[in-house]
Design a protein around this ligand. Structure first.
Ligand code: T6T
Length: 326
């Protein structure tokens, strides 16, 4: 029954508006293929994607591998193409090695959108290069994120400056490559007293990142800081600082914000985390796929935001809501 004074569709005799998909009798299936399944970043992305799927009446399928590795991801993608979803949202684990496997999806008539990471240069639908065929790229601005991490690390270290390095996954991943580039550019342009040592690549293995921290510290007892360029790099680098007995002396800036990193902020091991908004990426991924499938044109790129979490704001609910789901 309509409440007095409020006009609802029911109160003026209109039936609830069917969605376009319901109208045409078609329930779309959208697949989400993450970089790996057991990563709080992608678990949170899935939640956002599911929220949009529920709102739009879309069937969401989540399928990925246990490792961030193209050799593991390509068979998952091939199996998904064989299931013929209407659209595939994917975080490609390599800028070049996923190009041909994704072209197969496109050639099979499946709408391809990349989330988080990109293939080629990430400039899609431009007519340039052979990897511009995905319809859209929905992600953080990772160069900016790297610059933000550099500023946070420089602030944590203070005016004297000193030596720092980047703990990173491996070359060829668009996101982490861009973060490292943004970090180094910002240091070079604005923090001349900071020396950036050689990057340490950990293959997304936090234990390896922890050992590398200790090895770098053994060679550079005046090490002042480290930038962990993704969740596992940051977690491992922080653990390495703790194992070296350098908590508070070697500053840590983390990219990504799972609960474990937030605990490390509270304990003083990590100075700040650059939280991405993975739920937003998943949500707009599904919305974009649905819009495309129902005949709308869609933006070729959607940039999602960041929240910088540190000990001063970590208790604020408007900040804490960006901590990733596990
Ligand atoms: O940092 C995220 C993601 O953006 C990156 O592409 C890969 O690593 C994460 O999933 C965190 O582990």
């Amino acid at each position: 029954k309509a409440v007095a004074g409020i006009v609802t569709a029911a109160s003026i005799g209109l039936a609830a508006m069917p969605s376009q998909a319901a109208d045409s009798g078609k329930k779309y299936t959208v697949a989400l293929i993450p970089g790996l399944t057991t990563d709080a970043f992608y678990i949170t992305m899935r939640k956002g994607a599911q929220a949009a799927a529920d709102a739009l009446g879309v069937n969401l399928v989540f399928q990925g591998g246990p490792e961030f590795n193209p050799v593991v991801q390509v068979p998952v993608l091939d199996a998904m193409i064989a299931r013929k979803p209407d659209a595939i949202l994917i975080a490609p684990t390599d800028t070049t090695q996923l190009v041909e496997p994704l072209r197969k999806a496109k050639d099979a008539g499946i709408a391809v959108i990349t989330v988080d990471t990109f293939i080629g240069t990430g400039k899609y639908q431009s007519g340039a290069g052979d990897a511009d065929f995905p319809l859209a790229y929905i992600a953080s601005d990772n160069v900016l994120g790297g610059r933000m991490a550099a500023r946070a690390l420089a602030t944590a270290i203070g005016d004297a400056g000193g030596k720092v390095y980047v703990s990173n996954v491996k070359p060829g991943i668009s996101t982490t490559d861009q973060r490292e580039a943004g970090f180094k550019a910002e240091m070079k342009e604005n923090f001349p007293k900071i020396t950036v040592l050689e990057t340490q690549f950990n293959e997304n293995d936090a234990n390896k990142a922890a050992s590398q921290l200790q090895a770098v510290f053994a060679r550079n007892s005046d090490l002042k800081g480290v930038f962990g360029a993704n969740l596992f790099s940051a977690l491992g680098a922080g653990n390495g600082v703790q194992q070296a007995g350098q908590t508070g002396n070697v500053k840590v800036i983390a990219f990504d914000a799972p609960g474990s990193i937030v605990d490390n902020i509270k304990s003083g091991l990590v100075d700040a985390a650059i939280a991405q908004h993975p739920a937003e990426i998943g949500y707009y991924g599904v919305v974009s796929a649905y819009a495309h499938l129902t005949g709308q044109s869609i933006p070729v790129a959607i940039g999602t935001g960041f929240t910088v979490i540190d000990k001063n704001n970590v208790a604020d609910p408007n900040v804490a809501k960006y901590v990733y789901s596990e």
